[in-house]
Design a protein around this ligand. Sequence first.
Ligand code: TLP
Length: 371
Amino acid sequence: MPTPTKSAPFFVRKAKRGKIQVFRLRNSQMIDLRSDTVTKPTPEMRAAMAAAEVGDDVYGEDPTVNRLQERAAEVFEKEAALFVASGTMGNQIAVKVHTRPGDEVIIEARTHIYNYELGMAGILSGVTFRTIRSEAASGHLTWKEIAAACRSGDDHSAPTGLICLENTHNFGGGSVMNAEQCRDICENAAKLGVSVHIDGARIFNAAVAMDTGVAELTRYADSVQLCLSKGLGAPVGSVLVGSRDFINEAHLWRKRLGGGMRQAGIIAAAGLLALEDSPERLHEDHAKAKELAFGLASLPGIAIDPKSVMTNIVIFDVAETGKSPAQICDGLKRHGVLASGFDTSIRMVTHRDIGQNDVGVAVNMMKQVLV
Ligand code: TLP
């Protein structure tokens, strides 16, 4: 096989007279398993965006944004909803509205709000985090674990102002918190007067995996942030849902943060399709992730229990391969496959732009990179 130039992704084709040709891959030809955030809007979404009815959303006059918010509130069976620019914005507004400066927020140690939102909760809300490393590999906390960390606040300690959950748990391998566990946490927290926010960036994946509705999984939580721009495939945006009072306050914080997006109906139109139509195809992404996990588990040095893969995220340990995650990801990239490495692990995420054959190709490329 010809050697590719330095770091250029390539593929090889046998031309007519048996001549070998090496092609560089364009980014769009890569098998991109880095995240489901890389999904491109569908032709239907692009058409809906082009035709969207719009108005000035800061005046509350964008009919498409209003429709998206009404539909999200209905689907989650909450009083109200707010369209925001991103998952991070939705989560941070929720932390701000639920807490007072000096409060402590209880959160699992591998969560997005704690690890990947650039310390914004300290900057905007003046809160500190009390992190708990969940005993379960799934990353989901139990009420018992949370209760041991709750504090009412006194001369020596900050009070617990909020509990944040994440469903699915991204770095818990896309694991799902079931409705019962969530209800237990929310009901007990309510007894202490503490609110619960769910980072539901992939809550539809959780619902599909449990064969239930998102309202079932989030009924007792005070607020939920759901991403339209991940597996649901919209180009931009998240929605925050909760009580009318919570959303009224969130609305002010969105504006303060520069999130008043004027004719945002252009992007909300794609978001509406994502909300209505995309959940029904998420089981395909889950099946691809399962197949990927089984394929990877058969390779030497890769540690993963494929049976634990419930949704579209596959995280596996590569310590025993003798190669670092960075070396493996570089090797994969040269073979046209993108993945992300962290600690001693690699994460691969399936989504609508991953074709059925891509899974087999990715496993094969991994085999080649490991030798
Ligand atoms: N997650 C991204 C990266 O930032 C890690 C990804 O590729 O998975 N909550 C959760 C659970 C998330 O996974 C993410 C994005 C967010 C919030 C933030 O969403 P955005 O990117 O819209 O701000």
